[in-house]
Design a protein around this ligand. Sequence first.
Ligand SMILES: C[S@@+](CC[C@H](N)C(=O)[O-])C[C@H]1O[C@@H](n2cnc3c(N)ncnc32)[C@H](O)[C@@H]1O
Length: 300
Amino acid sequence: MKHMKLAGVFILSLWYSLVDQTLASNDEKSNYLLSVGDIGARRLEVMDRLIGAHTRDAIKRVVQSKERIRIADIGAGDGSVSSFIASECGDECLPISLFDQSTKQLETAKEKLGEKALYIRLDILNSEAVTEYTGQFDVIHVRCLLMHLANPQQALQNLINMLADGGYLILQEPITSSAWANQHSEIFEAMNQALLVIGKFNGGDWDIGSSLETMIEDFKEVSITASWNSNSTANAKETKDLLGLGIKELEVPATNIANIDIEEVEKWYRTVMSLDQDSAFEYHLPTQSHLILKKNNTKF
Ligand SMILES: C[S@@+](CC[C@H](N)C(=O)[O-])C[C@H]1O[C@@H](n2cnc3c(N)ncnc32)[C@H](O)[C@@H]1O
């Protein structure tokens, strides 16, 4: 018994050192335009505080506590959502499998989740690499990932392939053009237009939430069990936190890709940062489109 425990500890520490080595390697070249690692995590944490209640509502519809199910969070980013899934489902579901193409994101997520998760670097567009996980998961969660991809249909096919029969895919993607502010509207409109242009640069679509349901019609292996939109607002302080970080991250793509003068981008930043904390200012974040899909037990 003692030997078995020692062997277990040895295998576990070997596994963790292998993960550490994987995380220590440099990020590959990526099409992802936003920041990864600590800088990106700060913005993702703010965003999660603002839209997270809706995400959690979607997860609770599928994940009941104390169920023994295999869960993956794909394009997991800083692990904010995975942390919630881990607490919602409890030990029965651990470890959760966190997938991201970025080692820096996985490192940041590991600081939050530690041994509660496995950290796997994977490009969801790489069908060959995904084959290893065919039929492996009962629940897959994806938030704000498809919007960044040049081939979201391929990603959807790969995600569906990773689901076990009867498994659920929880999707949440934004409709960026729907965002608006109740003050300084021309600045916010200009920023939104720029976001859509920047998003398209690598073949992405930051408005993908509006076409998600139609895209799903191409996949006969899944049926939609629920579909709805959600809205969130930010006050002046929250807007400064979110857009202040976002504008800084997108300064280079805004000037290089959307051909916007740096002075203009600096003006956006100053406008956002000068918002009066006590005003009635409200920023209506991009509407989020939510879909819950179930993989049919019968193969087509
Ligand atoms: C906007 S973040 C969303 C993070 C997290 N899902 C959330 O909502 O907080 C998008 C994440 O997708 C990852 N990503 C981008 N392209 C990817 C790809 N082809 N395969 C896997 N992950 C990818 C990025 O590294 C980033 O962590």
